[in-house]
Design a protein around this ligand. Structure first.
Ligand SMILES: Nc1ncnc2c1ncn2[C@@H]1O[C@H](COP(=O)(O)OP(=O)(O)OP(=O)(O)O)[C@@H](O)[C@H]1O
Length: 458
């Protein structure tokens, strides 16, 4: 593991990690149903405990999200804001989007406008003042301008000159995966690590090296090359040879559960899912969310639909962890086999048979979003399922999939092909259509950032 307390791209003095230790909740390295943390994961936990602002990174499947959940469980809930750059990621960690916490709208109009927007909303200002630990997942999708803006908002509202007004940051992500969505022009885009706030605030940078998602060394080697934007002829050969992988049967023994298609564009995803749903001869059953407030949850919980239409035979995917021991985790795929009769007079909750054969009723689940300054989170109750004939590469970031077909020849972002390829555990469980090595891209500045990380670690 690379441990770089006080890493500074331009050189600098590593500050000590021996700050005042925090009075944190207990943090067992493993509890029933949880993975035991590896040494390198435990070292990140220690860095967070020391009280300094931490950025930890690592390639796909190194357990960043698993670790983040452990970190969140360790921090005091009343003083901790758990956030992520996207709605999907926020939902996965039971947090809120960074934009919603910050209360600065879309961050447009310059820093002064952002500060006055946040300051004029008492609940937002109070949330900034109460916060001691700010967790940000998928940091690669936060742009530098917004990160600098948050720093000024924090310092102003907290009346402190310290970076982020003295808030401890816990930043998690992989800059070689998806970049910030805005600005859409890749040249005008700056990453969070390029901001001046990052240079001042982040005191410890740690890198996880042990990949848990894939065991096959050849596949891990291929993924490592693609992550750095390189695709050698032998890699193209390996990927082309997957073309017919899932033709004969599905990757699992259950013929009713077909491989998920990963597409680069949302319009392709919607078209495929709706087309496949319409083809099923069975009757539609709609699940309408129950919300704790009359309106506004669609924007607070964008990844939890207000209405989900299902049919017997529909391919679905879990959007929440239900049972780690049985592998029923976010991203687990299955097929709707019926609707239970346990729901009173209605058609009942969906019954889903998952890959591996386990069948269970999937009833509604609480999805919570925190609203800046509000005591209680807002709640949406909905079945934790989405249609899964196809999903977008952007939505798949963070998931582990057991089988997928990739349609990435129209990839338009650096890191997009890497995210798609790294969702599966093995080369045998994926099939790549029309492989074109020119769609593999990594951003030069990100490559440089990681090069410097490596050099700093000796
Ligand atoms: N300490 C561990 N021991 C065993 N398995 C682990 C451990 N940590 C993580 N895993 C497993 O590795 C897989 C990937 O974990 P996780 O999704 O947290 O990785 P990640 O780094 O967040 O990946 P991504 O960057 O793709 O989001 C999961 O199946 C998870 O259960």
């Amino acid at each position: 593991m690379l441990q770089l307390p006080g890493f500074r791209p331009a050189g600098g003095t590593p500050p000590s990690l021996k700050g005042p230790r925090l009075d944190l909740l207990s943090s067992p390295l493993s509890a029933p149903g949880q993975h035991a943390l590896t040494e390198e994961q435990a070292a990140v936990l220690d860095a967070v405990r020391s009280g300094v602002s931490v950025f930890y990174t690592g390639s796909a499947g190194t357990g960043k999200s698993v670790l983040l959940q452990r970190i969140v469980g360790m921090l005091p809930p009343d003083r901790t804001v758990v956030s992520a750059s996207t709605g999907v990621a926020a939902c996965q960690i039971g947090g809120q989007t960074l934009h919603s916490f910050a209360g600065v709208g879309d961050g447009s109009g310059g820093i002064e406008r952002c500060v006055s927007r946040a300051a004029s909303r008492p609940a937002v200002a109070e949330a900034w003042r109460r916060c001691r630990h700010l967790v940000i997942d998928e940091i690669s999708m936060v742009d530098a301008e917004f990160f600098d803006c948050l720093d000024v908002v924090a310092r102003t509202l907290r009346r402190s000159r310290e970076p982020f007004g003295g808030i401890q940051l816990v930043l998690c992500g992989d800059f070689l995966q998806l970049p910030p969505v805005k600005p859409s022009d890749a040249k005008g885009r700056r990453f969070a690590f390029e901001s001046s706030a990052w240079q001042r605030a982040v005191k410890a940078t740690l890198q996880l090296r042990q990949v848990h998602r894939q065991a096959d060394r050849k596949f891990v080697d291929l993924l490592t090359h693609i992550r750095y934007g390189r695709c050698e002829p032998r890699h193209s050969e390996m990927l082309r040879s997957t073309r017919r992988n899932l033709d004969e049967s599905s990757a699992n023994s259950d013929k009713d559960i077909v491989a998920t298609q990963l597409c680069t564009h949302k319009r392709q995803v919607e078209a495929i899912n709706q087309h496949q749903l319409r083809l099923l001869p069975t009757e539609s059953v709609n699940f309408v969310a129950k919300d704790s407030m009359p309106a506004g949850l669609n924007s607070l919980l964008p990844s939890v639909p207000e209405k989900i239409e299902l049919k017997i035979g529909a391919q679905v995917m879990l959007t929440r962890n239900l049972d780690l021991a049985r592998g029923l985790v976010n991203g687990a795929r299955g097929v709707v086999t019926g609707f239970s009769s346990e729901r009173g007079s209605g058609p009942g909750w969906p019954v889903v048979r998952f890959v591996g054969g386990h069948e269970r009723i999937v009833d509604q689940h609480e999805f919570a979003a925190r609203v800046a300054g509000a005591e209680m989170p807002v709640i949406r109750r909905q079945v934790p399922l989405q249609l899964a004939w196809a999903i977008s590469v952007h939505k798949s970031q963070g998931m582990t999939l057991d089988a997928c077909r990739l349609y990435v020849s129209e990839a338009f972002e650096a890191g997009q092909v890497y995210v798609a390829l790294s969702r599966c555990r093995s080369l045998e469980s994926l099939s790549v259509a029309n492989w074109d090595a020119s769609c593999v891209r990594a951003d030069e500045r990100v490559l440089n950032f990681y090069r410097q990380l490596r050099e700093c670690s000796g």
